[in-house]
Design a protein. Sequence first.
Length: 243
Amino acid sequence: MKSKLFVTVPGNHDFWMIGSPWLAQPSTDPNGNGFMQYYVVPVQLSVDPDRENVLDHYDRMPSFANFFFYHHIGVLGFIGFSGAHPLSEMSLQLQEACLYMQREAVQWVLLVGHWNSAGDGAVLNTTTNYLYHTAVLSLPGCAELGPKKIKYMLGHTHCNVIDDVDRGFMVGGFGMGGGRQDCGDFGLPYIEASPSQLLVTYFPITHRFDWWDDQYDAVMTCIATEGLSNCRHLGRTWVNVTL
C-alpha cells in the first residue's frame, strides 16, 4: 500500500521512446504501457500493444481512460489527463470531472497535464494551458469555480516557471536540459490548500547554469527542522490566492 499521495500524468517519452510519434519505433516504443504498469494505475486493456500491421502509430495507443482521473484530497481537487489523446475522446469525462468537483464542494481544482505546446504527440487543443482556457473553464461545475479557484500545472518544456500569473505553473525541469528553451532547473513546488487560501511555493535547489549555487542543504535542513510551511522564505511564491 502506498504511503505517499501520488498524482502523475504521462508525457511524450512515456508513449514514444524518442519523444515523438513522427519518430515512432514500433518494436521499442512503450506506448504508455510501461507507465501504466510502473505506476499501478487502473487499466483498460482494449488495445494489444504487440499488434502488427497497424496503419497508424496511434493504433498502438492504450485507451485514454487509462490516463484520465479526477478526485479530491480535502479541499483540493485534481483532474489529470493525457494530452496525446484527442479531446473528443475525453470531453465527456471532463464534464463528469467538473460536475464531480461541484458536487463535492471542493474549494480549489488543479488541472494536471504534460504538454505546454503542440507537437511531440499533442495537438493545440490537448495542451494543458489551452485546454484550461478554452474548455475546462467553460464546463458546468468548473465554470462556477472560475479561474480564481481552478489552476493548472504542466511540463514538457524543461523549466520550472510561472506559466500564467495566478493561473498556471510549469514543473518540467528537474535537471533536464538539452534544448534551446530548456532551463535546466531543479527544484520543488509545495502546494498548500485551505478553505480560504491556495498557496504554491517553489523551492529552487540548483540550476545547470549556476550549479555552484546549490540550495539543497539550506532547504532540506530548514524543512527537517522547521517544517515546509515555515521555510517559505527560501522559496518563491508562484500562486497566492485568498477567498
